[in-house]
Design a protein around this ligand. Sequence first.
Ligand code: AMP
Length: 249
Amino acid sequence: MKILVAVKRAIDYNVKARPKSDGSGVDLANVKMSMNPFDEIAVEEAIRMQEAGVAEEIVAVSVGPKQCQETLRTAMAMGADRGILVETDEEVQPLAVAKILKALVEKESPRVVLLGKQAIDDDSNQTGQMLAALLGWGQGTFACDVEVDGEQLKVNREVDGGTQSIAVQLPAVVTVDLRLNEPRYVKLPNIMKAKKKPLDTYSPSDLAVDTAPRLKLIKVEEPPVRAGGVKVADVDELVDKLRNEAKVI
Ligand code: AMP
């Protein structure tokens, strides 16, 4: 069984995102970029499926500028067998990524496509769902446990107040949630080995995909600064403030 894993190069999760001064987007100048954290979990899960003998090959895919090669090398250092970069300097929205992944699925014929549940830069939570729809495949989203069972995939999903267990017919799309696993640290020798693993590059037009944006970003701005709190002397003052200042009771 072949697994395709989508890995996005995104703003590092430790970096505080700041809007550009004109509000036209997030300022990415001189900002540390890393693999989207949910995608690390997706890569880890693919490796565990390979280690368990249910997957033979893991192909990592990234869509974006040339620097996405680093993201793919990280995936390969973790254990992916090869990488595919679909290189573009244009903005690629979830629908465009889903179309590109569909084209690669048709080329590569994986049985499972693993993605993060969302990218921490755009927080769209759309790509996996759109890919499943375009392919006409079943999907297990927000996965916190995944098990191959013959021609099915058993997926436990994180839902409000607990987990939901579903069975999806293979081939299938799975988007992974935080509690699925803890990604391994990349060891130095594996970083060296990853440099020799195959990495193919395509352009969106090689795959006959139109990546034109369908959504227009209107404005990015900081959340309003929270007003400072005050200490109240007693319950009466608290009730008074809630009733007359906050007007919530
Ligand atoms: P989103 O729908 O943008 O929140 O992203 C959900 C998931 O889709 C991510 O966690 C990735 O696995 C995948 N994905 C989105 N954009 C890209 C991209 N440019 N390259 C590779 N994978 C992507």
